[in-house]
Design a protein around this ligand. Structure first.
Ligand code: IPM
Ligand code: MG
Length: 350
């Protein structure tokens, strides 16, 4: 059985994933690692961003580490052939409904944030984004021509009780191991799906998690609070679209999008999908400028959540902290190290 399936993908994905691979081979030489094409490079080779074989390999591995997919070259392709569709199909096919996106401010980087140091120092926020439902997957969705000219586009936001409950349960469980506080963000003031979201979270809380503090917050207010006073949050659970947006904002608090890992988890015992949240960054791809830390920290999460090696995860995290403390910086962090040199710095710290 493959322990770790690597899907480096496109853009800077292969560069950063190669550094995570070096780290994995160093801390766990016994690990069975496999690598496959995914995203735009799979589309070019096989005519589809995600082949059936690759999806089967992902479901059969213990953990999947993805790099990034790049849609810019394929902007004109039909939606179901786009690299992004491959990513959505991978998430849905693996049934990884709970996306953990931590925003952790490393002490050495407190001045790299666009917010003032006193607002972000010590920040440890966990966004739990619903990942396999909502407007990303709802039907109907289409663009149609209108008889009098012009067109009409429809997307559908849809959530069931079960979908809300399972992701909220992950958030409450996580909070118990942290500061015991969950904020649940929706737009219950204007959306029926938001109303249901609030009711289901309230009921689940009363039934299973009365010991955890729960606050409901409107998603727009959450966006404002994230940049006003991010440390008031512990765990923030929200839907697929709001989670996409709020996690980009939260990521920037930490100094660079190049620092942020993520874990997408399904039911216990199923493989997790790990990905840096930075995307393919086509403007710097192939130049050795990308920061590999988000990928290395995604690997760290894989050791913790899927590979049952928390001590190995701790070692990786400590090495990243040591490398940063020693001044290792890629360009996004105001330094001049290349992708490989940053990998070297983490390996040296190990
Ligand atoms: C993310 C990305 C993806 C998303 C894109 C690439 C489809 O922005 O993982 O946050 O919207 O989920
Ligand atoms: Mg996003």
């Amino acid at each position: 059985m493959t322990d770790l399936l690597l899907l480096p993908g496109d853009g800077i994905g292969p560069e950063v994933t190669a550094q995570a691979r070096r780290v994995a081979e160093t801390v766990a030489p016994d690990l069975k690692i496999e690598e496959r094409l995914f995203g735009g490079c799979s589309l070019a080779a096989y005519g589809t961003p995600l082949t059936d074989e690759t999806l089967a390999a992902a479901k059969g591995a213990r953990a999947v580490l993805m790099g990034a997919v790049d849609g810019t070259q394929w902007a004109g392709a039909p939606r179901d052939k786009r690299p992004e569709a491959g990513l959505l199909n991978l998430r849905a096919g693996m049934e990884v409904y709970a996306n953990l996106r931590p925003a952790l401010c490393f002490p050495a980087l407190a001045d790299a944030s666009t917010l003032k140091r006193h607002l972000v120092e010590g920040l440890d926020l966990m966004i739990v984004r619903e990942l396999t439902g909502g407007i990303y997957f709802g039907s109907p969705r289409f663009i149609e021509d209108l008889p009098g000219g012009g067109r009409r586009a429809v997307d559908t936001q849809v959530y069931t009780t079960a979908e809300i409950e399972r992701v909220a349960r992950v958030a409450f469980q996580l909070a118990r191991g942290r500061r015991n506080l969950v904020h649940s963000a929706e737009k219950s003031n204007v959306m029926d799906s938001g109303l249901l979201w609030r009711q289901v979270v309230t009921d689940l809380h009363a039934r299973e998690f009365p010991d955890v503090r729960l606050e409901h917050i409107l998603a727009d207010n959450a966006a404002m609070q994230i940049v006003r006073d991010p440390r008031q949050f512990d765990v923030l659970v929200t839907d697929n679209l709001f989670g996409d947006i709020l996690s980009d904002a939260a990521a920037m608090l930490t100094g660079s999008l190049g620092m942020l890992p993520s874990a997408a988890l399904g039911d216990a015992g199923r493989p997790g999908l790990y990905e840096p949240i930075h995307g393919s960054a086509p403007d710097i791809a192939g130049q050795g400028l990308a920061n590999p830390l988000a990928s290395i920290l995604s690997l760290e999460m894989a050791f913790r959540w899927s590979l049952d090696r928390p001590e190995t995860a701790d070692r990786i995290l400590a090495a990243v902290v040591r490398a940063l403390d020693a001044g290792a910086r890629t360009r996004d962090l105001g330094g001049s190290l290349t992708t490989v040199q940053m990998g070297d710095a983490v390996l040296a710290a190990l």
